[in-house]
Design a protein around this ligand. Structure first.
Ligand SMILES: Nc1ncnc2c1ncn2[C@@H]1O[C@H](COP(=O)(O)OP(=O)(O)O)[C@@H](O)[C@H]1O
Ligand SMILES: [Mg+2]
Length: 230
């Protein structure tokens, strides 16, 4: 995903990105203060928001090969199972029952497949939305703060699933999160945004442990996160 000269106005806010690259096959973290434009950029990448000008090169990816997990999972008024297999139906792929059971079991949803999705707890809804995003084997996955609202065990499960997925079939992930310890643990690249601009990019070590850009340093200082002694 290559972004060039992108401008998008939303009220008084302007997303202004001269050049941002999300190298395919890597796990990218997208961090920055509230209101910096992370969700807006995610919307542009997912094709939900149309920029006023500029260029987005999806590098061969079709719109049906991308998916986005939103902050508030959007679930249909039907069972967990039907929500889960919806992306497959949309693409005319027959669901594989063994795979569905295995995925659901791993995320503690096996006994809830026939339950109404709206009756799940918020953590369970996040899990369902995560599984639904993975089920059709997309090539680009945007995760907007889904990891932020999970308990530690569930967050570890999500991270382990992402790592495993990358070992088997590397795809492009763009993970928006304020959980900087998690970002450091799973990302190959980290991007920092502020005020609608992309101000810095690097490896987790470069960006989170040895930030050169003053705005990144200030942001990290304000988050009170500790990465330990390394
Ligand atoms: N529908 C909208 N109309 C006007 N302004 C909006 C709209 N949606 C978001 N914004 C503004 O765009 C800016 C960036 O928002 P957002 O991308 O959600 O930031 P982040 O995800 O980094 O917290 C904010 O100032 C927000 O108020
Ligand atoms: Mg946001």
């Amino acid at each position: 995903m290559k972004i060039r000269n992108l401008v998008l106005h939303r009220g008084s806010f302007t997303l202004d990105l001269p050049a941002v690259d999300f190298v395919p096959g890597l796990v990218h973290g997208l961090i920055g203060p509230n209101g910096s434009g992370k969700t807006t950029l995610a919307g542009v990448i997912a094709g939900i928001l149309v920029p006023d000008s500029g260029n987005i090169d999806p590098e061969g990816l079709g719109p049906r090969e991308m998916t986005m997990m939103t902050q508030q999972p959007y679930l249909m008024h039907t069972t967990v199972r039907k929500n889960l297999i919806y992306p497959l139906q949309l693409r005319g792929i027959a669901p594989d029952e063994t795979k569905i059971r295995a995925m659901a079991a791993r995320f503690g949803l096996e006994q809830k497949l026939e339950q109404s999705a709206r009756t799940l707890s918020s953590g369970e809804q996040q899990k369902l939305s995560f599984l639904r995003a993975l089920i059709f084997e997309p090539k680009l996955i945007v995760v907007d703060e889904t990891l932020s609202n999970l308990d530690p065990d569930s967050a570890s499960l999500f991270m382990e699933t992402i790592r495993e997925h990358q070992r088997k079939t590397p795809v492009t992930w763009i993970i928006i999160s304020h959980q900087l310890v998690q970002i450091r643990a799973i990302c190959d690249r980290v991007h920092f945004m502020e005020g609608g601009r992309h101000l810095a990019e690097g490896t987790p070590e470069e960006l989170l442990l040895h930030p050169e850009v003053p705005a990144v340093r200030e942001f990290l200082a304000s988050t009170e996160v500790s990465f330990g002694s390394s």
